[in-house]
Design a protein. Structure first.
Length: 256
């Protein structure tokens, strides 16, 4: 892939747009950006590592802005910070279990699995709008484990499951989206450390993307603040459905 100012500007622009979409509805950054990077000639391993580190930096800044905007309360020991910490720490355990399945499950089966699960989550969110599920730490932990398991198994699917799962448990969309940003940041710390140890990180690739994610953060926090909870809820469900349908279609096409 060429290293020139135009390429750097393209990387920053791609990261800006995808982080904005992901930040507003709580999902989609890696799902959208990784294939886009591969299409423009980036090595898949470098694409994945650059997506993760750029989102890590972007989400850390975004979580701070969500707190300042009042979308969530991330003060020490607040309910929102405790939920984010629980979700984030679970990201250490889920991928461990996923590793045992990676060698035996076909890629297309994995895509069908994650897409079907996302569609199921959307259906459950719609049902929970009329039949609200009672919140409990155990339920949130189960959702977190499932999300991190999927991330370890497929490389994606964390945001859609965590965001829609919180809506199922009755959290406000603004808080759910903000908590997802902080929780995903916590789950990505370990991955970035491993990427650094294995030499997969390329500063010329991820630095422009970091600039894009950081630049989009104020706009994301402002959009979430001014948007109505009902609009954000519809956005989450629409985004999850679109992402799931795209993954499912891509998985099924080779089989038709």
């Amino acid at each position: 892939m060429p290293s020139d100012p135009l390429t750097y500007a393209l990387l920053a622009a791609l990261a800006f747009v995808t982080q904005y979409v992901s930040g507003v509805i709580g999902m989609g950054y890696g799902t959208i950006l990784t294939p886009a990077l591969i299409l423009i000639g980036v090595n898949p391993l470098n694409a994945v590592s650059s997506v993760v580190i750029s989102q890590l930096v972007g989400n850390s800044f975004l979580a701070l802005l969500h707190h300042k905007a009042g979308n969530a309360d991330f003060r020490a020991r607040s309910p929102d910070s405790r939920k984010a910490l629980l979700l984030g720490l679970s990201g250490v355990f889920g991928p461990v279990a996923a590793v045992f399945l990676l060698l035996n499950i076909p890629k297309e089966a994995l895509k069908i699995y994650i897409a079907s699960l996302m569609i199921l989550m959307v259906v459950l969110v719609r049902v929970s709008g009329r039949f609200r599920l009672r919140y409990s730490t155990k339920k949130l932990f189960a959702i977190a484990l499932l999300a991190s398991f999927n991330k370890g198994l497929t490389g994606g699917g964390y945001g859609p499951i965590v965001t829609t799962g919180q809506l199922m448990l009755g959290l406000r969309p603004k808080s759910a989206i903000a908590i997802t940003s902080l929780a995903e940041f916590l789950t990505e710390v370990t991955a970035v450390a491993l990427y650094a140890l294995t030499g997969l990180l390329q500063p010329t690739l991820f630095l422009p993307m970091v600039l894009g994610t950081v630049a989009s953060a104020p706009l994301v926090a402002r959009t979430v603040k001014v948007a109505s909870n009902s609009a954000l809820r519809r956005g989450v469900m629409t985004g999850a459905t679109a992402i799931a349908a795209a993954i499912l279609l891509k998985a099924l096409l080779p089989l038709l």
